[in-house]
Design a protein around this ligand. Sequence first.
Ligand SMILES: Nc1nc2c(c(=O)[nH]1)N[C@H]1C(S)=C(S)[C@@H](COP(=O)(O)OP(=O)(O)OC[C@H]3O[C@@H](n4cnc5c(N)ncnc54)[C@H](O)[C@@H]3O)O[C@H]1N2
Ligand code: MOO
Length: 402
Amino acid sequence: MISVQEALTILQQNLPAPRVIRVPLEEAFSHRLAEDICAPEHSPRYTSSAMDGYAVRWQDVMGAANQTPIRLQIAGESQAGIPYDGVVGVQEAIRISTGAMLPEGADTVIRVEDTRENGGGVEILDCRKQGQDVRYAGEEFTAGTKILEQGQVLHPRHIALLSAVGVDSIPVYDAPRVSLLITGTELAHHGDGSIKPFQVRDSNAPMLKSAVLEAGGVLIECLHVEDDYTATVEAIRRALAKESDIILCSGGVSVGRHDHVKEAAEEVGLHQLFWKIKQKPGKPLFVAKNGATLLFGLPGNPVSAFMCFQNYVIPSLAAMQGVSYLKKSISARAEVVIENSGKRTDFIRVVITDEPNAVPTIRPIPQQGSHMLSSIVGADGYIVVEPGSTLAPGELTEVFVF
Ligand SMILES: Nc1nc2c(c(=O)[nH]1)N[C@H]1C(S)=C(S)[C@@H](COP(=O)(O)OP(=O)(O)OC[C@H]3O[C@@H](n4cnc5c(N)ncnc54)[C@H](O)[C@@H]3O)O[C@H]1N2
Ligand code: MOO
């Protein structure tokens, strides 16, 4: 059996390289940028008005006030999308809408509220400073400025920024392609109304499907096989033929007479990277490789499957999307004594309590069985405690957050 660290290192050395694809902006949501993006255009693109009002020359209106209004001639209009094509002359005003292009010759905008129209003219009743309510071309950033960094996950606000400056398609990391293979003769669908007393509802398939999506992967297919060697061989062969980056198997990796995943994987040409890690839960995790495809044989116990997904599959999927091979962690203090008197590294599920102006504290979930899903639902993360080691109350430790 190898250690947790050895397993992580082997995995890191064998990860498929990230694939870069160019996608139209409309399809970029939730992808990760593969390159820095520089703005092709200034923002704003042109100098415009921030308010509805009149575009004027500061020289003509300075000093205008309620008691001493200044009258200008209205010479035209600049509407958003229909600019005024002349030049603003002496003592002229141009009606202007919010977002409309500031006409040549004007340098200041007077809001409608600070004016009074009469006849063909307008009286300016107030003005504060030259350039008021003008938005200048390039004032946010100029063309060529770096606006987004490689690795950024594209949320709606990032997509808005890219479209505002005329980016039409972008290089992103392709979502890793994942095939799921759920093994187990005892399994029944979660919605099965005529489940037999000796059957188990399949919670790994729904969990892993959503876990893959949450980690940025794309699910190619989800196959179910009974604990049958030939069926398992065929299912893995099929997943390989689909050019999966990752084949994620559930169950059938221990030493029972009906555990076939390891032998079946080897039969179709995957070679073992490791099998069995000195850890709890998840001891029989099996990882194998064929070309650019990695196979994870997750143990069938639902908590073991989840914890192996957290500790090994998530960092792998992240690395395949251009993110360094890291797990998200925080520092926290133990509330109580936490010890590992066993022989395997223990992934102890903990509840995190935020403390005002202090380091958060943690306490273990009381029931940690690898068949008890409540041990991960009731927890906020896990700590890694080596065999024979003890955390004293108040001691700082690293917590990997779910
Ligand atoms: N003699 C030994 N037996 C076992 C060992 C060992 O070292 N020696 N290791 C134990 C450990 S640790 C684990 S973890 C399990 C892993 O076994 P498998 O990966 O072969 O998983 P299965 O036997 O198929 O199932 C185990 C358990 O999980 C339930 N299960 C399976 N699939 C699902 C699913 N999709 N949804 C919900 N529950 C599932 C299954 O019914 C079993 O109860 O092996 C130990 N045995
Ligand atoms: O890996 Mo097992 O999870 O210890 O039950």
